[in-house]
Design a binder for this molecule. Sequence first.
Ligand code: FAD
Length: 376
Amino acid sequence: MSTLNEADFASSLERVAKVAAQHAQDVDSRGRFPAESIEALRAEGLLALFSDTSVGGMGGTLEHAARAVERIARECASSAMVLCMHYCGTAVIEKLGAESVRREITAGKHLSTLAFSEQGSRSHFWAPVSTATKVDGGVRLDAHKSWVTAATDATAYVWSSKPIGSEGASTIWLVPRGAKGLKIAAAFDGLGLRGNDSAPVVAEGVVLPESARLGADGAGFDVMMGVVLPVFSMLNSACSVGLMEASVGRAIAHVTGTKHQHLNSSIADLPTVRAYLSRAKLRADAARCLWQDSLAALATGRADAQLRVLECKALTNECALEVTDLAMRVCGGAAFRKESGVERAFRDARAGFVMAPTSDALYEFMGRALVGLPLF
Ligand SMILES: Cc1cc2nc3c(=O)[nH]c(=O)nc-3n(C[C@H](O)[C@H](O)[C@H](O)COP(=O)(O)OP(=O)(O)OC[C@H]3O[C@@H](n4cnc5c(N)ncnc54)[C@H](O)[C@@H]3O)c2cc1C
């Protein structure tokens, strides 16, 4: 149970959403970091939404974090995904990090993210091939991370490697962005989420004290599956749900506000257009319902919570592909214009599905769960 003030939370969110909306088109067209919305989140205290009150945080629940990501995604999905990754990193730091770092987050001085995906094991983030080796003065990290959201703006990366010596698939670290030997390999120039700053990061001989480890050596898999996956699944889904909400709204506004003058009728007078809109709305609402039910399953510890975590990301990501495609269709050529916001949501929605675990991997995991096979 959270004690945060719901009315204050809702109005803070609206103020941030307004800032995100103002800059979304520029962020997308220049492929630049959404500095204004992240600053607005910081100013409203929302970077500390998912931190405990004992360290000065807002003490929000996963449902609050999901609502925040969903609301911002309606305006600027790049900002929403940066926030999603910040809350994922925060969840790990809250559980396993030093109190000083937790307090940096609540003071708005620490933007977090995940550095899990690697060039070697690609979307199979649970099996890092990067290494951690004991050396004089600490631990040496070497890695080719393939995608890190907010790579140039995060304060530190929640980072995975093979264990130093223990059994187990991985170990988790907190790696400061400025660590010697760390290089952001390339700027991000992507199809969608262009303000996401998702760049490859290379570590060559980065030496950190052993105290930079988050949890026990070899215990990374449990952190990934037990702490990160439920949060990431719900927040990544929130981004898809927000994109669908915005797309349906923009499509309705366009078809009701645009005429074929020679016929004196609006686009909305076409039955085919109305049928496409209905399909889009059905998909968006079905996805929202499963997302809300999954959040409830996690909050109450329901027996089907684990299955819901897998289902929710797959369904919301897939529905977002379809809904944004339908919005493009009903808005016609007008949707191609950048200022419509329709094509931006169409491009942004493509990312959720390829973010790991990808939909295809989720189908495999769900199938295994359904027939009683072990997931790995
Ligand atoms: C905008 C953006 C931001 C990102 N931010 C981050 C971040 O902050 N931190 C981070 O760690 N990562 C991040 N990622 C990386 C992301 O989580 C994935 O790891 C990455 O997109 C996978 O791409 P790949 O080419 O390596 O996939 P590959 O693993 O090469 O997959 C290629 C294809 O094979 C399929 N496939 C793979 N495994 C299976 C399986 N077991 N069963 C069935 N099909 C399978 C996939 O579905 C896909 O269609 C980001 C990605 C994007 C696009």
